[in-house]
Design a protein around this ligand. Sequence first.
Ligand code: GDP
Length: 304
Amino acid sequence: MFNSLSDRLTSTFKNLRGKGRLSEADVDATVREIRRALLDADVAVPVVREFAAHVKERALGEEVSAALNPAQQVVKIVNDELVRILGGETRRIRLAKTPPTVIMLAGLQGAGKTTLAGKLAKWLKGQGHSPLLVAADLQRPNAVTQLQVNGQRAGVPVFAPHPGVQSEFEAATGDPVAVARDGVAEARQKLHDVVIVDTAGRLGIDAEMMQQAADIRAAVNPDEVLFVIDAMIGQDAVNTAQAFHEGVDFTGVVLSKLDGDARGGAALSVASVTGKPVMFASTGEGLDDFEIFHPDRMANRILD
Ligand code: GDP
């Protein structure tokens, strides 16, 4: 990912090398190239516009630092702006003062929620937590089984509705809101300190699905709502993110499939348009293909 954007930016900066001082025309030409490179990488238009304006303003107004030549200065400004649009500081999970911490996952079908649930559970377990996975995706036929398989691999128990079996809690079968509520009750009773609630998605945004996600949110009062988005969906990322932002009001973003050859625009746009930070990255199908997202490291990777 980001290969093409990275190459384009690097060659733009090359044109500035050896210049003693940047004229306004130099800055304009550079900003134009940066704008084109971002648009070609599928970054959303309003995000590109703001990015370009900030770079221009700072490149013309910046105090000339003795330590940096003009080319280095522009690289630094672009780096700072990339970190800013990716959400700034690294954001960690907010743990509840009184356990269990409830983490709800939301996103379109196929975004990578169920896979992420397993990854997150394994990672939290490695951090010394005792997570419980809750299978509240009753839409996709295989989702419950898939979560059970992931849970087994991660060594983390899964709370799931058993068809036809009256659980000691509510007979939750068929009602994802009841499953989610019962799952959190089970975590409390069995002293799990973190609960991860997997929810259903659809292939496209749909009012019924959004309502279900909002109902689950209201029922379990999560400490974090993580919106999982497939980095490969390009320009659609922004509309999808905005719909979930309004529909369930998520607290953080997880970019999945960062191992693919996406152009990277989704990653650069989503945090910026929703004002919510990217917290994790999913980088493969395996349970260990999971990273805490550091905006500064991602910016470095792009500008390397
Ligand atoms: P859900 O519908 O949101 O629960 O999505 P799933 O977790 O079932 O993922 C959909 C597909 O994407 C599955 O085939 C996963 O193996 C695959 N997948 C999930 N995350 C990643 C990732 O980070 N990288 C790659 N390459 N594939 C992924």
